[in-house]
Design a protein around this ligand. Structure first.
Ligand code: PA5
Length: 328
């Protein structure tokens, strides 16, 4: 897993090249909205894209993590099916519904039924490099392809793609300090229940961090965002619990109001949690800061696995569940 994580900055560059060469045909019908179906490591990329394009995209970008798609998905919808294996049943179910609705479909997969079906039906697809043992280590591929698809369909310009390239250089430059910080935090929280709080704009980072703690670190974890948690979860902080370790993901992009909210929240939570830590995002823009935190979270999850004596790659229980479902 550490080798895969170390390859993330290079994966972003490779992903830019794959997307540049991809053939995405313009839709005959105008595109008014977009919907991405994908689970786990193949779904999270869409959450980042939705956050990154928010200030630029003229159309809404929705993500769905389940079998069924919303009623509004129609022939004016860009519908992306994202599954690294190409065989995840929820995504295949959504994909079938995309076809029934006549949506503009693009598939993202390394192999499997999704690639076979895209080829057989003459649909657009981008084939990702095969052979990774962990779809979650392929976030760079799926995220960047979605930006390319939007760019090639004329929905966004190229500045986010340029920022991805910049982020890759930035991560390479900060590799050592990121690993160092991740190691320090892992030593502090490996036997705790981590709780991640951040701004709504950084929610995809918090989700990614939680997923990586779950899958790589084999531990429970939860997250919430400011300001929404100020209106509910904050009230849940009433009793001291030394097992809880709260991580605040901070950013220079926080508005003054949200900064104040975060400080007050930290004070309240600090009265009850076992420990409170801050992780400051580095970088010049949302893309750079998000990917900085993602990379740090990925390293942190690998070190948590070490500290806890687990193999970060192993996800036997997910395999068991998928196999059990396939038998029924
Ligand atoms: O990281 C993982 O292995 C999982 O979260 C998978 O991504 C998830 O089970 C979906 O599988 P796939 O990515 O092959 O569609």
């Amino acid at each position: 897993m550490k080798k895969l994580i170390a390859g993330f900055p290079a994966q972003l560059i490779e992903a830019l090249e794959i997307g540049a060469a991809a053939n995405i045909r313009k839709s005959e019908k105008p595109i008014h909205k977009a919907y991405v179906a994908g689970m786990g490591g193949s779904g999270i990329g869409a959450d980042f894209v939705a956050s990154f394009i928010r200030d630029e995209s003229p159309i809404p970008y929705h993500t769905g993590k389940g079998y069924d798609i919303p009623a509004w998905v129609d022939e004016n919808t860009l519908a992306i099916a994202s599954s690294y294996s190409g065989n995840t049943e929820e995504t295949l179910s959504a994909f079938q519904q995309f076809q029934e609705r006549g949506a503009k479909i693009v598939c993202l997969a390394s192999a499997g039924k999704l690639v076979e079906s895209a080829k057989a039906n003459g649909l657009d697809y981008i084939q990702l490099p095969a052979g990774s043992p962990s779809p979650r280590a392929c976030l760079g591929y799926s995220l960047v392809q979605q930006l390319w698809i939007l760019n090639k369909l004329g929905i966004i310009g190229s500045s986010l793609l340029d920022q991805i390239r910049g982020a890759s250089d930035f991560l390479t430059k900060h590799q050592e300090s990121i690993q160092e910080r991740a190691k320090q935090i892992a030593a502090l929280i490996h036997d705790r229940v981590p709780i991640i709080y951040t701004l709504d704009r950084f929610e995809p980072v918090a989700v990614r961090m939680r997923q990586q703690f779950n899958e790589n670190g084999k531990m429970l974890c939860w997250h919430h965002v400011i300001p929404e948690m100020n209106h509910n979860e904050l009230v849940g902080w009433r009793e001291e619990d030394s097992r809880l370790a709260v991580l605040f993901l901070r950013s220079s992009l926080e508005s003054h109001r949200n900064q104040t909210r975060t400080e007050i929240t930290k004070e309240v939570v600090g009265n009850f949690a076992g420990s409170v830590l801050e992780i400051q995002a580095k970088g010049d823009n949302l893309v750079e800061q998000s990917l900085y935190l993602v990379h740090l979270a990925d390293w942190l999850s690998a070190y948590l696995a070490d500290e806890r004596g687990f193999d970060a790659i192993e996800i036997k229980v997910i395999d068991f569940l998928k196999e059990s479902l396939a038998r029924q």
